[in-house]
Write a protein that binds this ligand. Structure first.
Ligand SMILES: Nc1ncnc2c1ncn2[C@@H]1O[C@H](COP(=O)(O)OP(=O)(O)OP(=O)(O)O)[C@@H](O)[C@H]1O
Ligand SMILES: [Mg+2]
Length: 297
């Protein structure tokens, strides 16, 4: 097979993996460019972690192919270009983060930017303590720093912020954005839609082991006129049925591609709304919208 001199950081096609009776992954296709972040999305059991294990070269696929900068996933060349944090990470409890980070950088053959990692992941108070006594969130932060310790060009993160407090989640977003802005390629799974939206350029949605949507978030936004309309109403007042509005306990919400017409009609019907907001669709609703549009075509 011939590969062009400028290789994409990650390209996978037709991935499949079965565990006994469970077809965990049946047809996953995805691609990640340099300086971009991909959100790998899907419900519990969709096959995200299995896909990541294949991409990292930890699992051999039954079918399909994954290439990292043109090298077979799992090959020594691919591994030295790749960093990762798995969904659950175990560390030798007797070691300190400083030791683990040094060891990791040495395995990659790259100099360790320890001060930068300590600073970015808030490890100042932890770096010379034994990991044995760390809290769940502290272990998670070390695992995250580890993904970046070898100065990789491609990073896989499986639910990186699960169990992190809000300050650490915010810190992680900055780290991820900086890494991508500096030219890194990132693949991220998360059940936090706002996190995906804050970090990722594109998404791959998988369901029951299959890719059901590959899209750039900007393209999806450009493709749909749908907007999120929300407003308050006096207690004991409900919007007319035609609006198909839902109530979250405080405000009413409508997703519509005809926001102008809806607004005009609301005024015409003298609906006593208050504090009205018209916003772009949140990512989850946007994806739902695009999938419905595609199903209609
Ligand atoms: N080693 C294994 N042996 C047997 N079944 C497995 C194994 N690993 C994964 N599976 C099954 O494959 C399916 C996909 O699992 P996977 O961990 O990839 O899902 P996921 O999308 O990462 O889910 P989550 O959002 O819960 O992390 C599940 O049905 C799971 O039970
Ligand atoms: Mg998983």
């Amino acid at each position: 097979m011939h590969y062009s001199p400028i290789e994409v950081p990650l390209k996978a096609s037709g991935l499949a993996k079965r565990f006994g009776a469970v077809q965990a992954v049946s047809n996953v296709n995805l691609e990640v460019g340099a300086g971009t972040a991909l959100g790998l999305l899907g419900p519990n059991g969709a096959g995200k972690s299995t896909t990541l294990s294949i991409l990292m070269g930890l699992l051999a696929p039954d079918a399909g192919e994954a290439r990292v900068f043109g090298h077979a996933a799992g090959s020594p060349e691919a591994r030295t270009l790749t960093g990762a944090t798995p969904q659950s990470a175990g560390f030798p409890a007797e070691l300190t983060p400083r030791e683990v980070l040094h060891y990791t950088a040495a395995c990659y053959g790259t100099p360790l930017r320890l001060d930068e990692l300590v600073d970015r992941f808030g490890l100042e108070a932890l770096v010379d303590r034994r990991i044995a006594g760390f809290s769940g969130g502290e272990v998670r932060r070390v695992a995250l720093a580890l993904a970046f310790a070898g100065s990789p060009k491609l990073v896989f993160l499986d639910e990186p912020t699960t169990g992190l407090d809000t300050a650490s989640q915010k810190g992680f977003r900055e780290v991820a954005r900086t890494y991508v802005a500096e030219g890194g390629a990132l693949v991220l799974t998360s059940h936090h839609w706002d996190e995906i939206e804050a970090i990722c350029d594109s998404i791959t949605l998988i369901d029951k082991g299959e890719t059901v949507l590959n899209a750039h978030i900007d393209d999806m936004r450009a493709r749909t006129k749908a907007k999120h309309l929300s407003f308050a109403l006096p207690r004991d007042t409900a919007p007319p049925d035609w609006m198909q509005a839902r109530h979250d306990g405080q405000r009413w919400h409508v997703e519509t591609a005809q926001s102008d017409a809806v607004l005009r009609q609301m005024v015409e019907e003298a609906l006593p709304f208050d504090d009205l907001a018209l916003e772009p669709l949140a990512l989850e609703a946007l994806i739902e919208h695009i999938r419905q549009e595609e199903a209609l075509q």
